[in-house]
Design a protein around this ligand. Structure first.
Ligand code: CDP
Length: 237
């Protein structure tokens, strides 16, 4: 029997979680789910609808009922893309103006509750790699493999600048560092499920690692966990 596990990858902003998670998922033939994309899509909706989130939002449940997020696979680009109310928003949600507002919006409890419910449903079938901020601590506390990623701030900012440039967006290094620092602060200090390393997560500082090395680090652990799970189910049956 092929035992499938859940791999949770959490960590600071722009430390390469999604690129790594995607590669690990591809290698294991697992589904990759970008939980950050969901919070970014909600943020885009808030911006488009000019919803003031600085004050309490009594109609939050009604607003949430108007938001439909799903992922669709783009066969030509061989990647999954984010849709907000049936519109492909994959590029738009990565822009700086969304990054600048995503953390306070993600801190709203009703929004987190709705996203976590969807994420848990997506993980029901196992065989998934999900990255975010609270995956190992809250969404899947039972995940068989948890990774907590970090990297030096300067390296993270340079990587993010390169990603933005590839999307033809210009961001100065100062602007990017400011955004990453602000998001890390807000994400680690919010009341509801803040970003923190789960007790049983493996710390992965990729400052000095190549992309291949960090994928290898995770894949080795994943294969070990899958083997353990197979042995366990063999004993139980
Ligand atoms: O890719 P990057 O590290 O820039 O961030 P992301 O994964 O796209 O997440 C964007 C933002 O969404 C984060 O800064 C958090 O505020 C929020 N987020 C969250 O609160 N919980 C998650 N599980 C994932 C993202």
């Amino acid at each position: 029997m092929d035992a499938k596990i859940i791999i949770a990858i959490d960590g600071y902003a722009a430390c390469g979680k999604s690129t790594t998670a995607k590669m690990v998922a591809q290698h294991l033939h697992y589904n990759y789910i970008d939980s950050g994309a969901m919070y970014r899509a909600v943020t885009l909706f808030f911006i488009q609808q000019k919803i003031n989130y600085q004050q309490e939002i009594p109609q939050i449940e009604e607003i949430l009922s108007q938001i439909n997020i799903h992922f669709g696979y783009n066969a030509a680009l061989q990647k999954s893309e984010t849709f907000l109310n049936e519109v492909n928003v994959e590029n738009e949600i990565r822009k700086m103006y969304v990054s600048e507002q995503v953390s306070p919006i993600s801190a709203i409890p009703a929004i987190r509750k709705a996203m976590v419910t969807q994420q848990q449903k997506l993980g029901q079938a196992k065989g998934i790699v999900m990255d975010g901020r609270d995956i190992g601590t809250h969404v899947f506390p039972e995940a068989e493999l948890k990774i907590f990623m970090t990297a030096d701030m300067h390296i993270r900012a340079l990587r993010r600048q390169k990603e933005l440039e590839e999307r033809k967006e210009i961001g100065t290094l100062e602007q990017i560092i400011k955004n990453l620092e602000e998001r890390d602060y807000q994400d680690t200090h919010r009341k509801e499920n803040p970003l923190k390393q789960a007790q049983d997560a493996y710390l992965l500082d990729n400052t000095q690692l190549s992309f291949e090395e960090q994928c290898q680090f995770i894949l080795q652990l994943a294969e070990e966990k899958i083997r353990q799970k197979q042995q366990l189910s063999y004993i139980q049956n």
